[in-house]
Design a protein around this ligand. Structure first.
Ligand code: DHB
Ligand code: FE
Length: 283
């Protein structure tokens, strides 16, 4: 049976890709952000995964506002990055694991989640940047299963729905016969708003509440409506829904291996949280 190691949840600000391309990891602006990934990579070296399930939101590259699935799962052999470039080196195609993708799709549909299945899927910075941060040396030595959550076009799925969706994905992974080690990447957040009167809005108190709850009390976040989340975390802070989904996938009791929080990077409260699954699933 496959095993879920844990999760790495991280912001995916596009400027990170530019900083990597320009080797700015030790620049005073970027160092507090990049330094969080040094112990993360050490942890990863001791817990190497075969597959990464990346929970993210598409930023208009694969889905646009005219067609927006609430939940979509990739089932492709290969995923190509079509993100904006600005002269940044292009990211090589990422290898998929269609067999695991279909096992997850079967599981969640049986659990009454009506997902969009994508046998072709373009990915963007929300998928590529976390992978570059974890494997800076080159192409990631893992296959990926992208899981897209709509955090963009209202109505958004509720935090409660996202947690249950994640738990369903987690059960499907743990019931998957091949003995794979699976890491979850939860991409996005934390509080940020890119447009309008509140552009630049950041809420460290709410971010701390989320980080604490995500360890072993994710249910604490299911009482919020999506509008309350936008109010508290900013319009793009709704990307916390990816973190809640990812925490659902981790299933069992978790241990916080590390966290890093630094404000701001670009317009965003940058955050990193590594959770390791330590206990048997609670339900
Ligand atoms: C920024 C953050 C994001 O999550 C994103 O998708 C785009 C831009 C930013 O802070 O610049
Ligand atoms: Fe984003």
């Amino acid at each position: 049976m496959s095993k879920i190691i844990g999760s790495v949840a991280t912001s995916h600000i596009p400027g990170i890709g530019g900083a990597i391309a320009k080797n700015l990891q030790h620049d005073p602006y970027w160092k507090p952000f990049f330094d969080g990934f040094i112990p993360t990579r050490e942890w990863l070296a001791n817990n190497p995964p075969d597959v990464v399930v990346v929970v993210y939101n598409d930023h208009g590259l694969n889905f646009f506002l005219d067609k927006m699935p609430t939940f979509a799962i990739g089932a492709a052999q290969v995923y190509i990055s079509e993100d904006e470039g600005w002269g940044i080196p292009t990211v090589p195609p990422l290898e998929g694991d269609p067999a695991l993708s279909w096992a997850i799709i079967e599981g969640v549909v049986q659990d009454e989640f009506d997902v969009t299945t994508c046998q072709e899927m373009l990915v963007d910075h929300a998928v590529t940047i976390p992978l570059q941060l974890l494997w800076p040396e080159g192409p990631p030595p893992v296959k990926i299963v992208p899981v897209a959550v709509n955090t963009v076009q209202h109505p958004l799925p509720s935090p409660a729905r996202c947690l249950k969706f994640g738990q369903s994905i987690g059960r499907a992974i743990e019931a998957y016969a091949p003995a794979l080690k699976v890491l979850v990447i939860s991409s996005g957040g934390l509080s940020h708003q890119l447009e309008g009167e509140r552009a630049g809005f950041i809420n460290p108190q709410f971010d701390a509440l989320c980080l604490n709850a995500l360890i072993n009390q994710p249910e604490k976040l299911t009482g919020y409506t999506t509008h309350a989340i936008v109010e508290l975390a900013g319009s793009q802070g709704a990307e916390i829904l990816n973190w809640i989904t990812g925490r659902g996938i981790v299933q069992g009791v978790a241990r916080e291996v590390l966290r890093n929080y630094h404000i701001p990077i670009s317009n965003t409260a940058s955050a990193l949280q590594v959770l390791e699954q330590v206990g048997v699933p609670r339900s």
